[in-house]
Design a binder for this molecule. Sequence first.
Ligand code: NAX
Ligand code: K
Length: 218
Amino acid sequence: MRRVDDVAVSETGPQLLQMMENAGRNLARNAMAARPGLRSVTVLAGPGGNGGGGLCAARHLTNHGIDVTVVLDRDPDDLSGATATQWETLEAMDVQRTTDATAAVVEADVVIDALLGYGLDGAPDDRIGEFVDIAAKAAYLVSLDVPSGVDATTGERPGVAVEPDRTLTLALPKTGLTDLDGPLYLGDIGIPAVVYEQVGIDYESPFEGEYVLPLVVE
Ligand SMILES: NC(=O)C1=CN([C@@H]2O[C@H](COP(=O)(O)OP(=O)(O)OC[C@H]3O[C@@H](n4cnc5c(N)ncnc54)[C@H](O)[C@@H]3O)[C@@H](O)[C@H]2O)[C@@H](O)CC1
Ligand SMILES: [K+]
């Protein structure tokens, strides 16, 4: 996926913000479908592309009348790139942000885990590790792309890792997502076949009219 991202961003497009927007909108819809009638969602957002997808979902959920609270793993001023761009809109919308992750998690109908995705490198550090432990208190936990703390390729958990009620992975099913507890979904983030072909993947889109597909893990 990192090579796919690199080709998309450096050669053909779509750009990161475009892919992230598709990720976040799919995530918002999947979270609303997970718990019909849900009233409140807390988004735990990390500093990278995974966090950006969570922040994008926070905007779409807010636009659909849901009470959203955002928890960042750092000061918003320390965000950069597409993730900072997603945050700036939430700031303009005056979306609620708190540093009290425990309260935000226990009070929400659904919690979104957008801490770490395929950029995981080793055991989650103490700060992210604390959020992983807090996420265990969620009434219903949705992980974006990869359950935070799980290696997207090997499925190994070098340290703590969340145990989501469902996972929405992006673009291609990650090989490390074989022994998850809850259901797994695949989200279309708008990457054309030509990008996959450039990285040597013989790609045929599985999305036929649907933007999110349930995946059956053999
Ligand atoms: N084509 C795709 O698949 C796309 C993926 N996107 C998302 O972007 C994610 C990958 O984004 P990134 O590469 O920015 O990385 P992540 O968002 O997965 O990780 C965030 C950051 O966490 C830090 N980190 C890594 N290991 C850590 C550890 N052990 N303890 C504490 N912090 C750690 C690193 O600084 C890393 O940049 C994907 O999982 C997906 O959610 C989207 O942005 C859209 C495009
Ligand atoms: K995640």
